[in-house]
Write a protein of this length. Structure first.
Length: 252
């Protein structure tokens, strides 16, 4: 498959949603929109009982596309903020079981494919982090509220203020992921969890998930509706652009 997002459905109702935007599933508006639209379709498909999200690449996602970010206009900055808010909210509100099989690193915006999941299985080699502080960028309301809701205070403080990635063992200890599986067992384990979650009565599952996540989603949706996210007034500063350039140089 060459599409940036593709799905496969097993005969027992488990859909696999695979991210495939080479080389590292970097986030841009069109990619985020493709993911959100795919989830909207899966949410209403009566044949789909649960979804496993994974990657066709060596990482789950490297986060926002820094190379693309260098030349963004103010309007384009607002566009990516709007997509981060709306599309991650779609993931967080997904009414069916959403299980993430993290077959590699999930960094910065890429970590939200873990934080929006109901359960995450990861390989031992995977790394997890929120690198926004390293590139001098504040959090839009959507990612911020999801991180606050999904992470413990200790994990939130450590990830957001250090900007450093942690390994799978530490991520499990901090409750960021649920379990670790060897690469060859990853998908089977994620599918097993998905089948287990799918056995729950679907209306009750969706209702309880909404009860748990509604406070965060209300804040996000209010910010979207009122266009009140502070980052919409200018997300990147001169400091951001210098930090991004330094990080790109370091990655090279």
């Amino acid at each position: 498959m060459t599409a940036p997002v593709f799905t496969e459905l097993t005969n027992d109702g488990i859909a696999t949603l695979t991210l495939n935007r080479a080389p590292v599933n970097a986030l841009v508006p069109s990619f985020l929109e493709d993911i959100a639209k795919t989830l909207d379709i899966l949410a209403t498909d009566k044949d789909v009982k649960a979804v496993v999200l994974t990657s066709a690449l060596k990482v789950l996602s490297g986060g926002f596309d820094l190379k693309a970010a260098k030349g963004l206009t103010s309007a384009e900055e607002m566009d990516i903020v709007d997509h981060l808010n709306a599309d991650f909210a779609t993931m967080y509100a997904f009414p069916k079981p959403l299980i993430t099989a993290a077959n590699g690193a999930a960094i910065a915006g890429g970590l939200f494919f873990v934080l929006t999941a109901d359960y995450t299985v990861a390989i031992p080699q995977a790394k997890f982090g929120l690198a926004e502080v390293r590139v001098g960028a504040n959090f839009p309301v959507g990612p911020l509220e999801i991180a606050r809701d999904a992470l413990s205070p200790l994990a939130l403080r450590r990830l957001t203020l250090s900007g450093n990635p942690i390994d799978a063992a530490d991520a499990k200890t901090l409750g960021i992921i649920d379990e670790i599986a060897e690469p060859e067992a990853l998908m089977n384990r994620a599918l097993t969890v998905a089948r287990d979650y799918a056995e729950n009565p679907p209306l009750a599952y969706a209702s309880i998930k909404t009860q748990l996540r509604q406070p965060a989603l209300t804040i996000i949706r209010d910010a979207i509706d009122n266009r009140s996210d502070p980052t919409r007034g200018g997300w990147f500063t001169a400091e951001t652009k210098a930090a991004m350039a330094a990080m790109i140089s370091g990655l090279r």
